[in-house]
Write a protein that binds this ligand. Sequence first.
Ligand code: UD2
Length: 313
Amino acid sequence: MSRYVVTGGAGFIGSTLVRSLLAEGAGRVTVIDNLLTGKEENLAEVRPSVDLIKADIRDYDAVAQAMRGAAVVFHLAAIPSVPRSISDPVPSHTVNIDGTFNVFRAAAESGARRVVYAASSSAYGDTEMLPKVETMLPRPKSPYAAQKLMGEYYASVFHSCYGLETVSLRFFNVYGPRQDPSSPYSGVLSVFMTALLGRRAPTIFGDGEQSRDFTYVEDVAQLCLKASRAGGVAGQVYNAGNGNRYTLNETWRQLQEIEGVRIDPVYGPPRAGDVRDSQADTTAAVRDLGHAPRFSFEEGLRRTLEWYRSRRT
Ligand code: UD2
């Protein structure tokens, strides 16, 4: 078995992380994925270097078996999406909380050294001030946000009670190649880009003045690697964002400019559980983990757009 395990490694972010690990010389990587939202084809050209275990993280025995001999675990498996956790709360609760508990428990029992946990910026909810700093009181506004926050608490407790080195990274609206645009719960940029390429109007929920710290997937993968190696960070929580924020209106405008088209969006009612503004304070991640995002928003948008274009038939 490999010394690296990535739960959710066939997903959009997980498969990027698997590539980064292999590029840095990992040799082999074990992936645990139930292929619910992940896809084997996301691993395409790296598949020969991956031990893919098709299992659900709610299955403790399968998780424990996959982790035998692992040194570092990246826990990315989850049922994401704020609206999905509201319309169908049971699966997201059981995967994101019970499944996460299983991952920490199996990691501790197998003697793994460290678990890097994919937490979420949604834990902050609406804060009085921007950017959002790790010391702010969390105020989750949706089941998904509460579940992801619970995972952070478990991460911290597995460190203090069992000595497992855990690092929680609060991902801020990650986007990039391989993000699946086809579900009603897909991330907004994947939806915007496929609408743009199909010359269709996107639907913006609310007035479009809500803002996000969109973070390119390769920058997040690099931060995961750094978090797996940094000293003196066990039990801590860090923002994994860029430190910028763009409104949806600005973002749609920028995409139209890149593509040289003009398509007015359709505005719909605001979405329940939505956070208004999101922007990471990256001071702690830069200082303690060496976070150094490389992709500007425009560069990330262009690269992602090219990827969606290359996938059009
Ligand atoms: C949350 C977290 C993010 C990550 C993600 C996982 C926040 C601020 N961010 O993302 O870090 O954990 O959950 O799922 O909580 N929208 C439209 N039209 C569409 C789709 C979305 O207007 O077709 C809006 C949506 O109402 C929201 C924004 O776009 O205001 C972003 O939505 P999203 O689903 O891409 O991500 P979000 O912010 O819920």
